[in-house]
Design a protein around this ligand. Structure first.
Ligand SMILES: *Cc1c(COP(=O)(O)O)cnc(C)c1O
Length: 222
């Protein structure tokens, strides 16, 4: 698996250089959902420190022990967050990439004050305006980002998207980068195993890569 890690890192670096970007400006988020703690630890031993999980409960089962042993581990929540899980999410995650509605923003803000912990936040944008997908519509992005920062006082650092599976991702990446720029946000989370090099060319600061690192996913653990 460390061979896969080396290859993904090399491809990210090459894509960055081809776009005249500093490879160090792109963070690889290793998406470990469905894979056990021992697979995560293999990557930790190979030097990887940033991980992504899409379910709070699954991350709670896997990461507290690893975080104790690797204090510089950085854990990102990349999946939809139910409001009633905001407390657990604030307690465990270092970055929450899926802030996408006012009620959740308010609850995260309340929990951050209560716990004295401030995970960095990304606003998720539904760039393809897909019915079944989380995220705010592009047309509502600027107002929602402003509300998160000014009204809820959330530490918003960037935006995130998951493009429609059957469309050219480049258009979505360009749109997300534009939304980040016009809102003065520096971080842009986009690109997965199939398209992370394209995402880097379009300005991704975070690429979320699962299967290219860990292989195919099994069933979601109970
Ligand atoms: C699973 C997942 C990924 C990683 O997908 P791969 O295609 O396996 O790289 C990235 N982002 C999100 C939000 C995911 O849920």
């Amino acid at each position: 698996m460390s061979a896969a890690l080396a290859e993904v890192r090399a491809r990210i670096a090459a894509a960055a250089r081809a776009a005249a970007r500093d490879p160090a400006a792109v963070t690889l988020v290793a998406v470990s959902k469905t894979h056990g703690a021992e697979r995560v630890e293999e990557l930790l031993q190979a030097g990887q420190r940033v991980f992504g999980e899409n379910r709070v409960q699954e991350a709670q089962a896997k990461f507290p022990g690893l975080k104790t042993r690797y204090p510089d581990l950085e854990l990102h929540l990349i999946g939809p967050l139910q409001t009633n899980k905001a407390r657990d999410a604030v307690a465990l995650f270092d970055v929450i990439e899926s802030v996408d509605r006012p009620k959740l923003a308010a609850e995260l803000a309340r929990e951050m004050v209560r716990q004295g912990r401030r995970p960095a936040c990304f606003v998720q944008i539904n760039t393809g305006e897909e019915e079944q997908k989380a995220g705010v519509a592009p047309g509502e992005a600027d107002a929602f980002i402003r509300a998160c920062i000014e009204e809820h006082k959330l530490p918003v650092v960037g935006v995130m998207c998951i493009p429609p599976a059957d469309e050219e991702p480049a258009l979505h990446f360009a749109l997300l980068a534009k939304i980040a720029a016009r809102n003065g946000l520096k971080q842009v989370s986009m690109g997965m195993s199939a398209d992370y090099e394209t995402a880097v060319r379009f300005g991704a600061t975070h690429v979320r890569v699962g299967s290219a690192l860990f292989g195919a996913r099994g069933p979601v653990p109970a």
